[in-house]
Ligand binder design. Structure first.
Ligand code: ATP
Length: 290
């Protein structure tokens, strides 16, 4: 089976002895939209950084669309070219504040333009038109000449998604993209991620604190607890009772933000799942030692 993302035996212990990832096994099919949930410190950001090859694990193998991102603790030598197919939307906004929004978006195609043009940030008319079109799709075309620093938090996240679009990313990794946003901005950002997934067939992995957002937007959820996958299956099966079984007292953190965007009207309903899993699989007991 073709996979967009394949992870096997990935573990990471930081210098302070913290086991951030423990024996992660994961397969994500092209076109899936997968939520990564877990309490603070469960390893969501660390896993996403390993998927992009921004951090090397101690052991294990990560592949994106058949290309090695990292193997046995070493990031691939051609990681820049592998990363060209991966869009990353960070929790902390990652635009160059002093540059116009359009230039930030066009930065997504720097890997495709000649060096002199990338250094001088010179883009052709056609490239600029693609950037404006991407901004139109995320609903902020009118902001294209504004400095990125003047955008609201939600608009900055939308610009980051537009950048991934012009990059031609086949996989988008979004690390808590709605963590700092109000409910309305959160809904917009999640709607846009769902749209890119649905219309462009882009595989999306989005880490979230709120289980209700995962259930609303993602057919599949992978739940982490203390660096381990404790659940990988349909989001619809994540009842409060199951979450309490998986997380114990930590379940409150995931459930407490219950209605962050869930009550808003018009939110996208997830598309029919194209799962690379077959049955709900609570992976291991949440009672594993950290
Ligand atoms: N560079 C680092 N050095 C040492 N420990 C780290 C480092 N990065 C992460 N950790 C630890 O690894 C664990 C997982 O952190 P991570 O940021 O991945 O969790 P998270 O689920 O994304 O949390 P949050 O929801 O708060 O962002 C935490 O215990 C964290 O303190």
């Amino acid at each position: 089976m073709e996979t967009a993302i394949r992870v096997s035996a990935l573990s990471k212990t930081f210098g302070n002895g913290r086991k951030a990832l423990q024996e992660i096994e994961l397969e994500i099919a092209p076109g899936e939209m997968v939520a990564l949930i877990g309490a603070s410190g469960s390893g969501k950001s660390t896993l996403l950084r390993h998927l992009a090859g921004l951090t090397a694990g101690d052991t294990g193998h990560v592949e994106v669309h058949g290309r090695t991102v990292q193997l046995h603790g070493s990031v691939a030598g051609d990681i820049r070219s592998v990363r060209a197919g991966i869009g990353f939307v960070f929790q902390q906004f990652n635009l160059v504040a002093r540059l116009p929004v359009l230039v930030n978006v066009l930065a997504g195609m720097l890997h495709k333009v000649p060096l002199w043009r990338s250094l001088a940030l010179v883009f052709t008319r056609e490239e600029k038109a693609r950037g404006v079109e991407a901004l139109r799709r995320v609903g902020i075309a009118e902001c294209c000449f504004q400095r990125a620093s003047t955008l609201s938090g939600g608009q900055q996240q939308r610009a980051a998604i537009a950048r991934a679009m012009v990059q031609g990313a086949r996989v988008i990794l979004a690390d808590e993209p709605i963590a700092s946003l109000d409910p309305e901005s959160s809904r917009r950002v999640m709607d846009i991620l769902a749209k890119v997934n649905r219309e462009d067939g882009c595989t999306v992995v989005v880490s979230l604190h709120q289980v209700n957002v995962a259930m609303r937007y993602c057919a599949r959820t992978v739940a982490l607890h203390r660096g381990r996958v404790v659940y990988d299956g349909p989001s619809s099966a994540l009842t409060p009772q199951l979450l309490r079984e998986l997380y114990g007292a930590d379940a409150d953190e995931i459930l407490s933000l219950g209605d962050h965007i869930g009550s808003l009207h018009g939110a996208h309903r997830p598309a029919e799942p194209r799962p690379s899993w077959t049955v709900p699989r609570p992976a291991v007991s949440a009672a594993q030692p950290a």
